[in-house]
Design a protein around this ligand. Structure first.
Ligand code: C2O
Ligand code: CU
Ligand code: CU
Length: 516
């Protein structure tokens, strides 16, 4: 520890000591003091994060079936016959799925499926989803990116307790067409429930979709860790520090599947990994972006042979790939992780066969997809600072690291407290948010209930404006990067914003804005 680190650490210990002496010291003897101090101040009674050994033996890659046809996502059944009304049921439970012969894996599933069922609806529809929680722990469903009122949006404040159920109700306003997903958001155990398998997709379609004539495929990219018994182990210390990256990178639940693209198709790509960054690379091909998290962009954008997706981001693309066979790869992305040495070689994630392709796909697309409304001048501003407690990363005192986990990741200098909103905003008012990454590693910023627009990024003293306008709900920040975002909240209530590396979120890199 250098001097500064020493002070930071002591400040925490001092604050803890006061707390412990007032309420708890009677029950604990002095020998136990250190331990008790930590457990009682862990960001507002945060249970000590469960940390497993990092020496768990992992499943041999050869045992995981691969190179099969890409599975199609199963649609959630609409149980309603009323026009403009979608009613569905999602059952959350433990399911044993036999991926490896003779060794069924225990997952958490939505309706027994990995990934969960795909929900498809139209702008203007009313949605009613009955959710039954058959897990032995609380959960919620959060409708990531969607304009859902806070009390229907699966905030950690509204858990569905074990073996209870609830109905989520909301409607989809005009302009909300987009590529969304849903996942659990319970207090402290979001990362776990996601790595155990809980994530599903939600497509809202526009009535005047300029690309409605194209065939579509969904590519849901997730990652999975399996031990030698094909079971999902808990998080080790490196997972907690950096976010977990499961060794098996799956597309629609399959390992290096075969994808065939016939003619011009719209692909919706979802990064539902807890922490893995995607830098997709398709040699000799071009990714043409037609939509982002919040739906269509104004006109198609050719971004070349690589496509970046931070955790939780989605994109709609058309791939320009002359007839032939290609390997879709994920290039190594250096996000300055703590204490780990990564393998930097590219990873094959799918095999693509392309047929019946136009010679100039870009030209064949409609050049106007949508007109995004002009941004009005912001009436208020907010400042969000991501930071980390300074630690001596070269020290290998793992027990110490472990005990510090609940204090390490901050928003505006604090860890999450579900009883305290950092900001207040006025409903319907446009605001400018300045997001600052004051730490040494990348963090993806996400806010609930709205789609924002990037105005500019400042990095290495250079101000960069986005190449095209788009709506997003999640955006990455490089170390020391500053982003300016413009957004508006259309419902009253509490909105979460956080780092979408789910381990960081669970460790308290999350805060709230109260919309009044
Ligand atoms: Cu994707 Cu707060 O969540
Ligand atoms: Cu969200
Ligand atoms: Cu983070």
């Amino acid at each position: 520890m250098n001097r500064r680190q020493f002070f930071t650490f002591n400040a925490v210990m001092l604050a803890s000591a006061n707390f412990a002496s007032s309420a708890e010291s009677k029950h604990h003897n002095h020998a136990n003091m250190n331990h008790n101090i930590m457990s009682h101040t862990s960001n507002h009674n945060m249970p000590k994060p469960n940390v497993v050994s990092n020496n768990i033996q992992l499943l041999d890659r050869k045992l995981f079936p691969s190179n099969n046809t890409l599975p199609k996502l199963t649609l959630l059944k609409n149980e309603s016959e009323k026009k403009g009304f979608f009613r569905g049921t999602i059952v959350i439970k433990e399911s044993k799925i036999e991926i490896v012969k003779g060794k069924p894996t225990t997952f958490y599933t939505y309706n027994g499926l990995i990934p969960g069922p795909k929900i498809e609806a139209y702008e203007g529809d009313t949605i009613e989803i009955l959710v039954q929680n058959h897990l032995n722990e609380p959960t919620t469903i959060h409708w990531h990116g969607m304009p859902v009122p806070p009390n229907q949006d699966g905030n950690p404040h509204d858990p569905i307790l074990p073996h209870q159920e609830r109905i989520y109700r909301f409607s989809l306003p005009n302009g909300s067409a987009g590529t969304y997903w849903y996942h659990p958001h319970p207090h402290y155990i979001t990362a776990k429930q996601v790595y155990m398998g809980l994530a599903g997709t939600f497509i809202v379609r526009a009535k005047d979709d300029k690309l409605a004539h194209l065939q579509e495929q969904d590519l849901v990219v997730s990652d999975l860790r399996l031990d030698i018994n094909a079971q999902i182990p808990g998080n080790n210390i490196y997972d907690w520090l950096n976010g977990r990256e499961g060794e098996f990178v799956l597309v629609n639940g399959a390992l290096t599947p075969k994808i065939s693209i016939t003619g011009t198709q719209r692909l919706r790509i979802y990064n539902v990994c807890a922490a893995r960054y995607l830098q997709l690379y398709l040699p000799q091909c071009k990714f043409i972006i037609v939509g982002t998290d919040g739906g269509a962009i104004e006109s198609p954008q050719n971004v070349g042979d690589t496509l970046f997706l931070a955790p939780a981001q989605r994109v709609e693309v058309i791939i320009e790939a002359p007839n032939g066979k290609y390997t879709l790869q994920n290039l190594y992305y250096d996000r300055d992780k703590m204490m780990v040495k990564d393998n930097k070689s590219p990873l094959s994630i799918a095999n693509i066969t392309s047929e019946d392709q136009d010679t100039n796909v870009f030209k064949s697309l409609p050049q106007i997809l949508r007109k995004l409304p002009a941004l009005s001048t912001p009436k208020a501003s907010k400042k969000v600072i991501f930071s980390e407690m300074e630690m001596d990363h070269s020290s290998h005192d793992m027990k110490h690291m472990e005990s510090m986990l609940p204090f390490m990741f901050h928003i505006n200098g604090k860890t999450f407290d579900m009883n305290r909103a950092e900001f207040e905003s006025k409903v319907g008012e446009v605001e400018e948010w300045e997001i600052i990454n004051n730490s040494h590693m990348d963090h993806p910023f996400h806010i609930h209930g709205t789609q924002f627009e990037l105005i500019s990024s400042t990095h290495n003293n250079k101000i960069i404006k986005p190449k095209f306008r788009s709506l997003q709900d999640t955006i990455n920040l490089r170390p020391k990067e500053i982003l300016r975002l413009r957004m508006r909240q259309d419902f009253k209530g509490l909105r979460m914003f956080h780092c979408h590396i789910l381990e960081h979120e669970d460790l308290g890199m999350m805060s709230m804005v109260k919309v009044v």
